[in-house]
Design a protein around this ligand. Sequence first.
Ligand code: CA
Ligand code: CA
Length: 206
Amino acid sequence: MSMNKITGIVGGRERPARMRKLLIGALLVLSTIGGTVALATPQAQAATPAATTLRDRRGDAPARIDLTKIVLQRQGTKLLVRVHLRDAPRGNNQGYKIWLDSDRTPQKAPDYTMRWISQEYGSGRTTGWDVVTSPWNPYGVGRANLTINHRLDYFTFSVPMSDLKGTRNVRVAVSSFTMNAYGRRIAVDHLTARHKFSRWVHVASA
Ligand SMILES: [Ca+2]
Ligand SMILES: [Ca+2]
């Protein structure tokens, strides 16, 4: 019992040291990136726009693909796109597609897409509403990362702002679907409607 207590205390005291190590590691990583360090200054943080929530009707699709809200938020050098569902996605029979349109490009079509289908995810540039793929990755060759919260009902893509070509405002379209054993869609939900963009959302200051 006493050993457990001592271990607990030592563990508690050790934690700040470990945190410091992690912070130093993070700073080293940041300093190697070079140009992006400027974004970590207090001025730049103060200018970061607040999170924006875009809502979709609740109950218009099966729970695991039922989009309820999409939250867009700049975080340093990344844009976070968090997709909230009525229930946590599980299993292999769900797919999610997200498109981003930047205000810095003249085309009305999307510029960038992220997708998570079954166990695979990818991201990249678009041709119309399709992702530009490579022979090595049929889901795209962009640099967005996926974080899945299996316990809670959301997942998050983080997109490097550098992939968005200096965009100040983005708009987003989202769709989700369930598939049968042959990969055929059997239910679909869209953020409001198919291939319909949200309003423009401010994500970066000049
Ligand atoms: Ca919905
Ligand atoms: Ca909907």
